[in-house]
Ligand binder design. Structure first.
Ligand code: DGJ
Length: 754
């Protein structure tokens, strides 16, 4: 069992072959953090890690002992009271207004496997042998309440999953004001903080900063995980790169408001807190009630950021994504949004679908505008029945006709929203979040339905279920197109309001869960104005997520590169769209657009009926390529080779390698043609040094006179010397247009020679 408790030294040691996590019961009964990192030997005494200096002037929780100051001791799950002046992991207010608590060790249990977190997404095990869980109960006798801290260590992964459960047996109840999912106190500050930040259409850009004294944070108070910050933080040593060096990742398995905060105290101790954002959160627990925080997954890597990402990708593919689509290659789809927006009828849709079917595309997705009287964004959200003017035989008839063309059929919903101009709103104006005595802001013409209320979720569930039961739907795109601005749950009273935002997310999860159970073979893709809810919480329900409304290839390299920091390639929704691009008006070749989009779930989002015959031929080749390589690309081991976030972004590269290292697909992108550029090589990674590979360039259009590059190299050459990506084409007019000029991309297939 890799979780040990040493009675004599009060030491807990969780370990496997890769990592160790050590903490102790302090003299005052609270828990002290000792170490998280590379595996160290298992032994009874690690007390020396809890260093004590003589600290006069500090609060002394034990007598007058100046050596025992909680301000200076690294802690496991700290609270206010007893002298710790840093931000606490939780805050509780009792009925008399006191916020001083003293939860001390009561007992613990260790068991094989991992429990579900009821109503919440969380990592899981398929067999109990895959992980061991430690639950420690802390108790504050004065307020008759307990906290259970749960830690699961996976046997063969550098992963610890954590959450906390609060329970109240106090007659007056207690109020949770802050309930973070985890805290980690690290002994030094020689790290950089890496995080994913952005905005609509430039989500998840990789950012890095030094740690400074005081606090630095990522957060969302928008009701969803947000375009602005992803709920993921990394602490990396300053010299850590993609292939080497230490890094610790913290991912919050949750889709609502969050806070990821790093506090550096004046003794260089670093405190990481992650959990539900305390702003607007207040959860009253009455006698007999409990509250469970969502889960945080901590991963340690000594193999650089690449090793960290790989551990997260594997964890999310194996132990978070569930169900029918878990290991299945994702269908190549076409979506009508950028082709038609709201302006379509059945005839137009069938024309698109017919042209798509002829290229080998497998799934047609009907986006926004098929329901109620929706012809723009001002009406009908909430009225989930087909617009018979546009679709005379409804979704049932249309889906049958699409199936007859040899395509599966997918459908867009935005279940959590409502327009004022809708039957739903007219019937139930009180089902909207907001104080009805005040102005209520619309965003994109819509309001947020109060999904904290079961009756609202039930109503929407029944409408969606009816459509899905009658039609032949294989895929759902589940959208959410606004942030929450005035959250107030009508008719629920004061105490409820601090719960409303979290209960909303639980309502969303419950609707997902019911629909998943009713229609287990439907592939769900989550979406939120592009990538505002691209988080691990969603992946538990929807195995893929629309990465961004920005489908420009140059921008997508950055977005997909950033997303790959933590999320697996099979989860990254990516499409080829028309030129000029709708977001940045750039014009890139069809090849460049597909060579970026194929590192994801892959599909098209353009009016295919308007393309020329030669473009259709190219699309056919691209679809063939994707079908041949998608298993490898979506489920292989992904490594980033060159970052688009380095100064002077002009090139980027990545590779995906099969588990047995016998195959790989390598992609290189060059944005602008530069005159007389220097020689350039990209060193590959992840392949086997001793294997000889046949390296072949793959292109979707090849001129007759042209011969594509193909050569043999040992893995060691490709890793240590690299593959040449030198740009010889400037000023050479006879070179094929596909390999000259701006926005160039190259894809190579590597196959082990026998
Ligand atoms: C936002 C999404 O990101 C788009 O792909 C599209 O589905 C629109 N919403 C439809 O309103």
């Amino acid at each position: 069992m890799p979780i040990k408790y040493y009675n004599k030294t009060n030491l807990f040691h969780m370990f496997n072959n890769e990592i160790s996590y050590l903490f102790t019961i302090l003299e005052n009964g609270q828990l002290g953090q000792l170490y998280f990192g590379k595996r160290v030997n298992d032994k009874e005494d690690y007390q020396y890690l809890s260093e004590r200096g003589h600290r006069d002037m500090q609060a002394c929780p034990i007598g007058d002992n100046p050596y025992f100051s909680l301000e200076h001791i690294r802690q496991e799950y700290p609270a206010y009271g007893n002298g710790d002046m840093r931000y606490p992991a939780y805050e509780i207010e009792t009925s008399d207004g006191s916020r001083i608590v003293n939860f001390t060790y009561k007992n613990h249990t260790v068991f094989a496997g991992k429990k579900e977190l009821t109503g919440l997404p969380a990592t899981y095990v398929e067999h109990d042998e895959e992980a061991v869980t430690l639950e420690i109960t802390l108790e504050d006798e004065l307020i008759n309440s307990t906290i259970v801290l749960s830690y699961t260590i996976y046997e063969e992964r550098p992963v610890i999953a954590r959450h906390a459960r609060f329970h109240c047996d106090n007659n007056q109840g207690i109020s949770l004001e802050t309930a973070m999912s985890m805290c980690l106190d690290l002994p030094d500050k020689e790290y950089n903080m890496l995080y994913l930040a952005g905005a609509w259409s430039r989500e998840r850009h990789v950012c890095e900063r030094n740690l400074e004294y005081g606090t630095q944070a990522i957060y969302s108070m928008r009701g969803c995980s947000s375009h602005q910050f992803n709920p993921y933080l990394v602490l990396k040593r300053k010299n850590t790169n993609e292939q080497a060096g230490e890094a610790i990742g913290f991912n919050f398995i949750y889709s609502g408001d969050f806070l990821g905060q790093i506090e550096v105290d004046n003794f260089n101790v670093v405190r990481i807190l992650m959990g539900i954002h305390p702003n607007e959160f207040r959860w009253k627990l009455n006698k007999g009630e409990s509250f469970t925080t969502p889960e945080v997954v901590m991963v340690y890597s000594d193999k650089g950021l690449g090793g960290l990402s790989l551990a997260y990708h594997n964890l999310f593919k194996d132990c978070l994504i569930r169900g029918y689509w878990k290991e299945k290659e994702r269908p190549v789809l076409i979506n009508n949004w950028e082709a038609t927006y709201f302006d379509f009828n059945e005839e137009k849709i069938l024309q698109l679908a017919k042209a798509a079917a002829e290229t080998g595309i497998e799934l047609f997705v009907l986006d926004d505008g098929w329901f109620g009287t929706r012809n723009d964004s001002t009406s009908s959200l909430g009225d989930w029945y087909p617009n018979l003017e546009k679709l005379p035989e409804g979704i049932t008839g249309l889906s049958r006709k699409i199936n007859d063309l040899g395509l599966k059929f997918g459908l867009w919903f935005e279940p959590e929203m409502v327009n004022e101009n809708s039957e739903l709103f007219q019937k139930h104006p009180e089902w909207v979040f907001g104080d009805r005595r005040r102005h209520l802001s619309k965003a994109r013409g819509q309001y947020v339905l109060d999904f904290s209320k079961e009756e609202v979720v039930e109503y929407v569930y029944q409408m969606i279920k009816k459509v899905l039961s009658e039609a032949s739907v294989s895929y759902i795109k589940w959208d959410l197109n606004r942030a929450f601005s005035e959250v107030f749950s009508n008719d629920r009273g004061k105490e409820y309001q601090g719960k409303a935002r979290h209960k909303y997310i639980l309502g969303t999860y419950s609707l997902y869960e019911r629909l998943r159970k009713d229609f287990p073979e439907i592939l769900f893709e989550s979406c939120a104005s592009g990538g505002a809810r691209f988080d691990a919480g969603m992946l538990y329900y929807a195995p893929q997520a629309w990465a961004s409304d920005n489908t420009d290839a140059v921008e997508r390299i950055k977005i997909q590169y950033g997303s790959s920091m933590v999320y697996p390639i099979c989860s990254i929704g990516s499409h080829v769209s028309a030129i000029p691009n709708e977001q940045v008006f750039r014009k890139e070749s069809l090849s460049m657009r597909a060579n970026v989009a194929c590192f994801g779930t892959f599909g098209y989002e353009l009016d295919i009926t308007k393309l020329q015959a030669d473009e259709i031929q190219v699309i056919k080749k691209q679809v063939q390529f994707m079908k041949k390589f998608r298993k490898l690309i979506q489920f292989g081991d992904f490594y980033r080779l060159r970052s688009p976030f380095e100064q002077d972004y002009n090139t980027a590269a990545w590779i995906v390698v099969s588990g047995d290292k016998k195959e790989a697909v390598f992609a290189y992108y060059r944005i602008l043609q530069r005159p007389e550029s220097s020689y350039d090589k990209i060193r590959l990674w992840g392949i086997d040094e001793e294997t000889e590979y046949l390296v072949e360039e793959i292109r979707d259009s090849v001129l007759e006179a042209e011969k594509l590059t193909s050569y043999k190299h040992y893995g060691s050459e490709l890793i240590h010397i690299g593959i040449s990506v030198s740009d010889y084409s400037s000023g050479m007019k006879h070179i094929a247009k596909e390999i000259q000029g701006d926005y160039l991309s190259r894809i190579y297939y590597l196959k082990a020679e026998k």
